[in-house]
Design a protein around this ligand. Structure first.
Ligand SMILES: Nc1ncnc2c1ncn2[C@@H]1O[C@H](COP(=O)(O)OP(=O)(O)OP(=O)(O)O)[C@@H](O)[C@H]1O
Ligand SMILES: [Mg+2]
Length: 256
């Protein structure tokens, strides 16, 4: 029998940077379990900056960890582009995270004994590959830390340390950057710098960003604001201002 013709539809690269289909994640056993994510479905187009908001314990970090392949859902499927994460082996998943995903955490997670440059080069060292010539300098320049390459994290302010973490996430040119409250420990000005860098990753480089935040003004940098409550997405707003986001979150409190 002849092979069916393969049209563009079967070979096209997914338009989605990431996709979750009915993802559930439960913690604990039998009597005392918590449903952190309850059949969450989500499609995020490439080149989108999404903010994830919601009350403490609503499942934001769990969503990020499952989407990034750091945690496995109990049910449902997770895709990064065309790659299904939910059936990868642990080593395949680790390789994919190194090559196609960047992470930024609230607490920076830099290695204190390494210099700024060594921290930014770490993903390459772990992957056993040499960065393209000038790549590390280029990202350090982009985050405004070209003059700090030989310093150690302890010699930098919180905002500068977070910019090192952003540079480290950007250096391998990942498809998606996941950030869990990246501005949570920063003052307004330092937070603004981080948000503009994330916005630039989307507008300037076509990458995608998924950022958890409690701060409506941080979320106002995003193209989409997803609101979680009790492990479900209860709202999905187009880019909007901080006042509208605050009002929506306040309504969530009264609805509970
Ligand atoms: N490793 C774990 N073991 C047990 N329960 C967990 C674990 N991780 C998360 N949970 C539970 O899952 C639920 C969702 O947690 P999650 O960390 O995703 O919330 P969050 O929205 O990120 O909250 P926060 O805003 O406080 O960071 C919570 O009830 C939490 O206690
Ligand atoms: Mg969290």
């Amino acid at each position: 029998m002849p092979e069916p013709a393969r049209g563009p539809a079967t070979t096209a690269i997914s338009e989605d940077a990431c996709r979750l289909d009915a993802v559930s994640r439960r913690f604990g056993r039998d009597g005392a379990h918590v449903t952190a994510l309850d059949r969450v479905s989500l499609r995020l187009k490439r080149g989108t900056f999404a903010a994830v908001m919601g009350p403490s314990g609503s499942g934001k970090s769990t969503l990020l960890h499952c989407a990034a392949g750091l945690d496995r859902p109990d049910a449902g499927e997770v895709y990064l582009g065309d790659t299904r994460l939910t059936n990868l082996s642990e080593s395949e998943s680790a390789r994919l995270r190194r090559n196609r995903i960047g992470f930024v955490f609230q607490s920076f997670n830099l290695l204190p004994t390494l210099t700024v440059r060594q921290n930014v080069a770490l993903p390459f060292r772990l992957a056993g590959i040499r960065p393209a010539r000038g790549r590390i300098d280029e990202v350090l320049d982009r985050v405004g830390l070209a003059g700090r390459a030989r310093h150690r994290p302890g010699e930098l302010s919180g905002g500068q340390q977070q910019r090192v973490a952003i540079a480290r996430a950007l250096a391998p040119q990942p498809d998606v950057i996941f950030a869990d409250e990246p501005t949570g420990a920063l003052d307004l000005r330092a937070a603004g710098e981080i948000l503009r860098l994330l916005r630039h990753a989307v507008d300037g480089s076509g990458q995608s960003v998924v950022m958890v935040t409690h701060d409506p003004s941080a979320a106002s940098y995003a193209d989409r604001v997803l609101i979680l409550a009790d492990g479900r997405i209860v709202d999905d707003l187009e880019r909007t201002d901080a006042a509208r986001i605050s009002a929506r979150l306040a309504r969530l409190e009264t609805d509970r």
